[in-house]
Design a protein around this ligand. Structure first.
Ligand code: NAP
Length: 285
């Protein structure tokens, strides 16, 4: 179908997706740069995903971010030659863009996580890491840790098959890298770790438990919780109380969003303005 030249539509595809702060951040940037575009939330049930992808052209959609639970499934829609080979291996596309008449897949979580670590002055070189969650975000985090010289990673996911497949992916990409998975969070050996990353959704809801035993948290730990809303999960709060250094996922969200924006528009993202828009939307910052 021929595309009309009216307002371009972008958005975030997920289920649930209502909690997303991406619209605030992208719409502020569109307004600032006077781009005739709008960023929406596409909350699409799994059984409606095919219909959604088949109606992109008629809805004038030119690009979208992908969140829970579609980062892997969306790769069936983006043809393999439109996704770089390592993304095919880590199976996590979070940005899909209509470019040169075809849909292309990218991952901006990887550089978003790395850029936020750099901004915080956190080096992972030689560090021992524990990772909770082996889904789309967990795969991006493991990639950054392995690619930047972490000493080793221990992974726990409630779905042991997913954890095992992450180990295989990283072993395939980084020959000889030390990565293993455990079947209980208590086996993560957090007292001996330098870094703990939460890449599960546990903590998004007020009623959620802390995903590890509080006793294992210690002052030598850097705890990065990918959750950004609420700004302080129970994990972050308790880790801080124990003297650990902490970070929530707001910086990663900002930098992954800024890079997605650049893929969407071909223009440099107004990062500080996007940061402000995000901070206004977060509870308890
Ligand atoms: P996902 O693909 O659904 O992966 C999450 C994984 O964690 C799943 O395998 C899930 O298993 C597992 N899990 C659930 N509860 C667990 C627990 N108690 N212990 C260990 N593993 C558990 O989700 P995702 O896309 O990776 O996102 C994960 C989180 O990161 C979400 O909160 C998301 O909002 C956040 N995120 C933040 C950013 C950012 O920019 N800050 C970027 C990406 C993602 P089941 O599926 O079996 O439950």
């Amino acid at each position: 179908m021929a595309r009309v030249s009216s307002k371009k539509i972008y958005g975030v595809l997920g289920y649930p997706a209502r909690h997303s702060l991406s619209p605030q951040m992208h719409n502020a940037a569109f307004r600032f740069l006077k781009i005739n575009a709008e960023y929406r939330i596409f909350e699409v049930k799994p059984e409606e995903l095919d219909t959604f992808v088949n109606t992109l052209a008629e809805e004038n959609i030119f690009g979208f971010n992908v969140t829970i639970p579609y980062k892997e499934r969306i790769m069936d829609f983006v043809k393999p030659d439109r996704v770089s080979s390592y993304l095919r291996q880590i199976k996590a596309v979070n940005t899909v863009v209509f470019q040169d008449g075809v849909w292309k897949g990218f991952n901006t979580d990887i550089s978003g996580f790395k850029r936020d670590l750099d901004e915080r002055g956190v080096s992972v070189l030689g560090k021992s890491a524990a990772l909770l969650g082996a889904g789309g975000a967990g795969r991006a985090v493991a990639y950054v840790l392995a690619n930047n010289g972490a000493k080793d990673i221990t992974v726990y996911d409630v779905d042991a098959v997913r954890a095992k497949s992450l180990i295989e992916l990283i072993n395939g990409l980084f020959f000889g890298f030390k990565i293993n998975y455990v079947t209980e969070p208590g086996q993560l050996d957090i007292p001996d770790k330098d870094i703990l990353v939460n890449a599960t959704p546990v903590g998004m809801k007020e009623s959620d438990p802390i995903p590890v035993e509080p006793e294992v948290l210690h002052p030598g730990l850097f705890v990065y919780d990918l959750i950004y809303n609420p700004a302080q999960t129970k994990l972050i709060r308790i880790a801080k109380d124990k003297g650990a250094k902490t970070a929530n996922g707001l910086g990663m969200l900002l930098y992954q969003g800024a890079l997605s924006f650049e893929y969407f528009t071909g223009m440099e993202a107004p990062v500080e303005l996007m940061r402000q828009a995000l901070e206004e939307g977060v509870k308890g910052l």
